[in-house]
Design a protein. Structure first.
Length: 323
């Protein structure tokens, strides 16, 4: 990191292991004086806090318990942040998962990959904005994926306009909501659900950027292929096999520290860089970050429809205009 991070604060979701844990460590090493890490349970978050303090030699970590698949848990976490009353300069929305062979939905009927990667993060971010818990120059980064590009073997997001035309009389919002619930005339595929979720992440970042006040920014960032995490613990056999192939083929994967550093790199971009999706070069899985300008990624109608669908499935939680 190159900027002056004196007295800066960060919140990292999904920081008990993998990319989130590594990103939290790098932020502490760079001089952040408060890094809040989240875990599904207080005990897991506390274990991570102790490990991070030992690794970095810095006592700058705070814990927050939140299950992003449970709206009540997200609300409670946001309320706890409001009680603490300390603004966040860098919000890293890293938590997420890859589902297994079977379709799993939350109690709210949302497919689990979309719920953990996007819907819970939307709820948390909107509540933080409403409670004025982000600093005036806050940077928001949400974890994207190379899969959203549509050029990764085995990972193909649905062609949204075509899907909407065939099944919902062209209603993009209805099509997105159906895909988020995976209540669609499609055989469930973990890879498809994951690809769709990460494309929706890019759409969400683009639409939120249009709503944020000047000085704040939000971007979707793919960490690239990093098989040495437990993010794929529920992955199907074909997906697990593909990740093993990526690991042994030169240039198809990167160490966890390198992958995590992508998040932090983009957080340092000037605030006029916002609403973008950054990933490896087309058909690549690692390397320098590039702004993705694929037509399906930059489609404004799909971005707007996705935002409306997220608001609907999250219980009408929309951008807090009053904030």
């Amino acid at each position: 990191m190159t900027e002056d991070t004196t007295h800066k604060s960060a919140l990292v979701t999904g920081a008990t292991s993998g990319l989130g844990f590594e990103a939290a460590a790098q932020l502490a090493d760079a001089g952040y004086d408060r890094v809040t890490i989240t875990g599904r349970s207080e005990s897991r978050a506390e274990e991570a806090r102790a490990a991070l303090a030992t690794r970095t030699g810095r006592d700058v970590f705070e814990t927050l318990s939140v299950d992003l698949n449970a709206p009540a848990s997200v609300s409670a976490a946001a309320a706890e942040l409001a009680r603490r009353g300390e603004p966040i300069d860098f919000l890293l929305l890293n938590a997420g998962m890859v589902s297994g062979n079977d379709l799993v939905r939350t109690d709210e009927g949302i497919e689990i990959t979309t719920a953990s990667s996007l819907v819970g993060h939307h709820q948390l971010t909107m509540q933080m904005l409403s409670d004025d818990l982000l600093s005036d120059s806050a940077s928001i980064v949400i974890a994207g994926s190379e899969a959203a590009r549509g050029d990764v073997m085995g990972f193909n997001p649905v062609d949204l306009p075509e899907f909407a035309a065939e099944n919902f009389d062209g209603d993009l919002e209805a099509a997105v909501e159906a895909l988020m619930r995976f209540d669609v005339p499609l055989k469930f595929s973990s890879a498809t659900a994951y690809s769709n979720a990460k494309l929706f992440v890019a759409y969400w970042a683009a639409e939120l950027a249009r709503k944020l006040p000047e000085g704040m920014s939000v971007n979707a960032v793919s960490p690239g292929s990093a098989p040495d995490t437990d993010a794929g613990r529920n992955a199907t056999f074909p997906m697990t096999l593909l990740m093993k192939v990526f690991k042994v083929v030169p240039g198809m994967s990167a160490p966890v520290p390198v992958a995590a550093s992508r998040y932090i790199e983009v957080s340092e971009y000037p605030d006029d860089v916002s609403g973008e999706f950054f990933a490896s070069a087309p058909k690549k899985m690692t390397g320098d970050l590039h702004r993705m300008d694929h037509p399906h990624v930059s489609d404004r109608a799909s971005q707007e429809a996705t935002w409306k669908a997220i608001v609907a499935v999250s219980g009408d939680i929309d951008y807090p205009v009053a904030a």
